[in-house]
Structures are given as structure tokens and as C-alpha cells.
Design a protein around this ligand. Sequence first.
Ligand code: CAA
Length: 283
Amino acid sequence: MDIKTFGVIGSGQMGNGIAQVAAMSGLDVIMNDIKDEFVQRGMDNITKLLSRSVDKGKMNAEDKDAVLARIKPSVDIKDMADADFVVEAAVENEPLKFKIFQNLDEICKPDVILSSNTSSIPIGRIASQTKRPDKVIGMHFMNPVPVMKLVEVIRGLATSDHTFKTTWDLSIKFGKTPAQANDFPGFIANRILLPMINEAVYCLYHGVGEPEAIDTVMKLGMNHPMGPLALADLIGLDTCLAIMETLYNGFKDSKYRPCPLLRKYVEAGWLGRKTGRGFYEYK
Ligand code: CAA
């Protein structure tokens, strides 16, 4: 199928970033969320980032307006009836994602591919919620989406070659480099990244170092662009905990045990940048 209209479920930090790169690649985009204020916040963020590109001379004002005009805000999931390909980027909550896929399966045209930006939930489990498991796949973008080059493309057991190739080619159209992963908890990216972040939280928990020291060691000692605790704040501590839980429950191996301090922060509502407080404070 010729993909002209790209549907995005979720307008949060991942959803609005995906909508932006899809619109910048020339596709019409439907960006859907459950509340007007969420969709508006997503549109405001895209507008802010594009305006910054115009100010830096990296984009002209007409192109910015054209990109914004290609994004249709939506609060009705039935709008996905017009989409030719859908990516779901809702919060990392399994029952919620199951419900969304059941709805999309009812609403979307039968040949439409339903992808998930899930960071760790097995694709096979999501696919089993639909009557089109051959057309369900993982399309995992990295945060911040407009900047990061990778898309992890995850094949479920039933994913067809056609679905895989279409998703792979779409990632390239978005200016990204795809990498194939198979369907295990955390896939490749978060199977490796999250235990490192979790270990950094254990270092803080055990008093091995203060946050600044832990992050400085990893930034200057290992040449990481940002330290693991600052990165956890960027990802969202709730998302980090959800991924660790998926790894721990999926492998039943104590090496994936979420650090109690991570859980404590999440329970206190210290979720990182998005709430103004995580391992660091944000004004
Ligand atoms: N959204 C969009 N653009 C952003 C941005 C954001 N949140 N933050 C920075 N940028 C842009 C800046 O505008 C700037 O653009 P130009 O080059 O056009 O001027 C560029 O990125 C560089 O920004 P800065 O100079 O301000 O800062 P920096 O050089 O330190 O880069 C960073 C910032 C790109 C975030 C960098 O620190 C980095 O790469 N950090 C690691 C990010 C990472 O590991 N992401 C993966 C997270 S894991 C994940 O997402 C998977 C999951 O499932 C949890």
C-alpha cells in the first residue's frame, strides 16, 4: 500500500517527536491523544522545535508552516480509519496498549500495519490482541526523536516479511537508520541500556557516589553524551521502572531487579524532567 497518511497514537514526548519526523518526511500525519490539552501540548512542542530550527537558519519559515499544516490533531481514535500506517506511542502500560490495539484493529483498514513504539513489551503479546498479527511490528524510536538516528525494528513471531520491509523502508524515509531486533523483553536497546541506568541508581542507593559524580564518570570516562542519571530523567523514571519490571518479569533473573530507590522516586512522583524533579531538579 502507498503510505500517504501516517497515524500516531499518543502526543507525548515520543509521539510528538514521531509526528514531527513523519511530517518532515512529507507524509500527512494524524496525531491522536485522549485529551485536547495533550494534543495541543504536543503541537506546541513541535512548533517550538521547528521555530528553533528556523531561528538557527536550518529551515525556512514556509517549510515550517508546511510541516505544521500536514499534522492533523485528533482526540478521536476513529480518525485512524484514514491512516495508511499507524504507530502507537502511548505510555508503557500493557493493558492500555492492548486496548489501543484492539480498537485500532477494528477501526483501521484491513491492510494497514499497526506498529508499536513500545520500549520493552513483547510484540507477540501485542499482536495477539489483533486479528492481523502478521501486520503488527515494533517501531522503536529513541528520545529525543528528531535528533536520534536509530529506529529499532522488532519482528514478532508472526510479523510478515512485507510488514518488516515496509517498516524498515519507512524508517529510512524518516531519515533514520533501522536495526533489526527479535522479540525478547527490552529488545536490544533497553536490554543493554536499562541495566546500566539501574546500576547507576544502585550506585546512588549504596552511596558509592553523588549523582553529579556518577554522571561525570560515565560522561568523561566513557564518552557518553550524557550521564545515566541525567538520561533516566530525560527518558522518565516511570518508563525506566516499567522497562526494568518487564525485563525482571520476562527473564525471572535477579540481575534485572529494579533498584528500590528508582521505585521510591516513582512513587513520590519524581519522574524526571517532565515533573521538574528526578535525580536532578529542573526549573
Ligand atoms: N528535542 C529535540 N531536539 C533536541 C532536544 C530535544 N529534547 N534536545 C536537544 N536537541 C537538539 C538541539 O536543538 C541541537 O540541535 P542542532 O544541532 O540543530 O542545534 C542538538 O539536539 C544538540 O543539542 P545540544 O547542543 O543542546 O545538547 P547536546 O549536544 O548535549 O545533545 C542530546 C543533547 C542529543 C540529548 C545528547 O545529550 C544525547 O544524545 N543524549 C543521549 C540521548 C539518548 O541516549 N537517548 C536514548 C534514550 S533511550 C530511549 O529513548 C529508548 C527507550 O525506550 C527508553
